[in-house]
Design a protein around this ligand. Structure first.
Ligand SMILES: O=C([O-])CC(=O)C(=O)O
Ligand SMILES: [Mg+2]
Length: 234
């Protein structure tokens, strides 16, 4: 295994931070990152979608650097994985082979990993959907993975357009995958929680408008303040 760089797992993100993250959506976290000027607001490519949109994913990133469908380093990373981690597999958007299927994902689920993010293809769609672990990929390809090695584990990678450092926070839902740099989690959470409060207020305004419409009373303004400000500046 010459040239292999297989590093230890990073420290898990604290339960206290994870509990705050659970109350927010990836879209709100992205809005927080937009405010802070984080590249691409932490959003992986739109092509990376969940096998099952009903599964939510939150965890600490551990990474695999691989290419051309090679699943060897993914196997190694799965067996050294632990509960609380999401495996971020930087597969260079390779579409000619699957990187994994329901057997490898089943092993990851048995170990207790919180999710698998694959910058490339997977296979065994129905088997993956029936497992408890969330899986994200660019698509499906029935051709088997290659077995080459060595690859790299827990090094900085670029995955689906986003730089990921082991230990970053990874969040996924039906909209896609978002990565929050570990050293900015507190600031991103504060900005995302402010966006959440704004959204609560907007929903109240929309409900109030609908109520007036039903009751036939004068309609309040529905446009958000910032839209009116921009209109007035024109
Ligand atoms: O056989 C493989 O290497 C990949 C696969 O389909 C699975 O993990 O189920
Ligand atoms: Mg299979």
């Amino acid at each position: 295994m010459q040239n292999a760089i297989y590093n230890e797992l990073p420290e898990l993100i604290s339960d206290e931070l994870i509990e705050r993250v659970k109350k927010l959506s990836p879209a709100q976290l992205c809005d927080g990152m937009e405010k802070l000027g984080i590249p691409r607001s932490g959003c992986m490519d739109a092509a990376l979608m969940p096998v099952d949109p009903d599964k939510l994913m939150i965890g600490t990133a551990c990474t695999v650097d691989t290419m051309e469908g090679d699943n060897f380093p993914i196997h190694v990373a799965i067996y050294q994985g632990k509960p609380g981690y999401v495996l971020v597999i930087a597969g260079k958007a390779y579409m000619e082979r699957a990187y994994l299927g329901d057997l490898m994902a089943g092993a990851a689920a048995a170990i207790g990993l919180n999710g698998l993010v694959v910058d490339g293809c997977v296979r065994d769609k129905h088997g993956l959907r029936d497992l408890p672990i969330p899986v994200y990929s660019r698509g499906f390809m029935q051709r088997s993975p290659a077995k080459i090695g060595p690859g790299r584990i827990n090094t900085e990678v670029e995955c689906a357009g986003i730089r990921v450092i082991p230990g970053d926070l990874v969040v996924g839902d039906y909209d896609g995958v978002t990565v929050i740099p570990r050293d900015m989690i507190e600031e991103v959470l504060a900005a995302a929680e402010a966006k959440d409060s704004y959204e609560v207020k907007r929903r109240e305004d929309i409900a109030a408008y609908e109520k007036c419409k039903v009751e036939g009373t004068p309609l309040p303004n529905l446009a958000p303040g910032w839209v009116l400000d921009m209109l007035n500046k024109k």
